[in-house]
Design a protein around this ligand. Structure first.
Ligand SMILES: C[S@@+](CC[C@H](N)C(=O)[O-])C[C@H]1O[C@@H](n2cnc3c(N)ncnc32)[C@H](O)[C@@H]1O
Length: 378
């Protein structure tokens, strides 16, 4: 079993795929929420995948089919399992995505595959099995929360669940559970997503820089991943509060944690040169700030400063956008920070960056952000 299969969260399939691409490089898409990697699951893989925010399940890949003949599907899955299942108890679990596959009931698949595999060598244990065979019956998933322009044929995918991995549990680290809370605090899943999107294949960032750190919502997640933390904010109250939050979250005293009061315009002087850095932030978006040019100006100056600190870094951010960006084709020329996106993109290019990913994200009913990832132009 040398390939791994990842099931993405239904919340945002396009960003799930971008996240896996940032962390692992090339991937094969079987379905908008299912991707395949040519890598077996080992300790290095598990460390890397622990950085992902939008993965719902991790399997040792078995196979996939577009067949919808029930008996053929049962035979294909059970033949594969007979060959690959080690001695020990097992359970067959199934999931249906979207509309599923015509003529295929996932419950019947569970029963039939289980009946074919059951033996003295492999007894069934539904509560605490040694192995879980997972079958995903995947149909159209259009529009759960965010639009996805990718469509694939319905398919059935199977594999054996990796036991040494589980979804991140954010209990105890929600914004209101931290010692210093403000309504601007970013929730941990989005923070983790922005950090994973700032990765690039084969590289693990060493330094995390947030020039608009606020209460430290993103910095806390970077700290938990073992990065050195260099954060700043113009507001002294935030500087005081983020220090409290970071020392509360820090259980590894070897990390460098530096917090300063500083305008984004001066962070290159503040931090100097720092190789292997990522810049992850959400810039100010006060009701008035983002409609004026101020928010944009601050964002653009963060791009200039970042290149001075590390010419090979990555920028990962979320910019205020109109809610119409969630309703129509995500590739249209939306208003972002009060300007058409095409204008912003030109300004980004002028400052030496190219946009690798942009994708709207729903924050509230009528509030959207554009997730934007930039790499240096060179
Ligand atoms: C949207 S908040 C960031 C929230 C943060 N991610 C959190 O989880 O709490 C933007 C921050 O930018 C800061 N800010 C505004 N203007 C700034 C400037 N010119 N330079 C640096 N920080 C600035 C504000 O004080 C605010 O804390």
């Amino acid at each position: 079993m040398s390939q791994s299969l990842l099931l993405g969260s239904g919340w945002h399939p396009p960003l799930f795929r971008s996240e896996i691409n940032a962390l692992f490089g090339d991937l094969k898409i079987l379905h908008p929420r299912i991707v395949l990697l040519d890598q077996s699951i080992d300790d290095i893989f598990l460390t890397r995948i622990s950085r992902a925010a939008l993965v719902d399940d991790l399997l040792h890949f078995g196979g996939y089919t577009h067949n919808s003949d029930f008996n053929l599907v049962v035979n294909e899955i059970s033949n594969w399992c007979k060959e690959h299942l080690h001695p020990g108890s097992f359970a067959v679990r199934s999931k249906k995505l979207g509309s599923g596959v015509e003529n295929i009931s996932r419950r019947d698949l569970e029963k039939e595959v289980g009946a074919k595999l059951f033996s003295d060598r492999n007894p069934v244990n539904l509560h605490n099995p040694n192995y879980e065979i997972v079958i995903i019956v995947a149909g159209d998933v259009e529009g759960e929360v965010h639009r996805d322009s990718l469509f694939t044929e319905p398919c059935i995918v199977w594999g054996i669940r990796e036991n040494n991995w589980s979804k991140t549990n954010y209990l105890g680290r929600q914004p209101m559970e931290r010692p210093f809370f403000k309504p601007i605090s970013l929730e941990p899943r989005l923070a983790k997503l922005l950090i994973s999107l700032a990765h690039s294949k084969g590289n693990t960032p060493q330094n995390f820089i947030d020039p608009f750190c606020g209460t430290g919502g993103i910095a806390i997640e970077a700290l938990l991943q073992g990065m050195n933390i260099f954060v700043s904010d113009l507001d002294p109250t935030m500087v005081y509060g983020v220090k409290k939050n970071l020392s509360w979250a820090n259980d590894n005293h070897e990390n460098i944690i530096e917090v300063e009061k500083c305008s984004v315009k001066d962070i290159a002087d503040l931090w100097g040169s720092k190789e292997n850095s990522i810049f992850v932030f959400d810039p100010p978006y006060g009701r008035n700030a983002w409609k004026s040019d101020d928010g944009l100006e601050l964002f653009l100056s963060s791009l200039e400063q970042a290149l001075k600190i590390d010419p090979n870094s990555v920028i990962s951010t979320m910019l205020p956008a109109g809610s119409e960006s969630l309703e129509n084709n995500p590739d249209s020329d939306y208003i972002v920070m009060g300007r058409p996106w095409s204008e912003i993109q030109k300004e980004v290019n002028k400052r030496g960056w190219k946009v690798i990913v942009r994708s709207p994200v729903k924050v509230h009913k009528s509030l959207a952000r554009m997730v934007v990832i930039c790499h240096p132009l060179h």
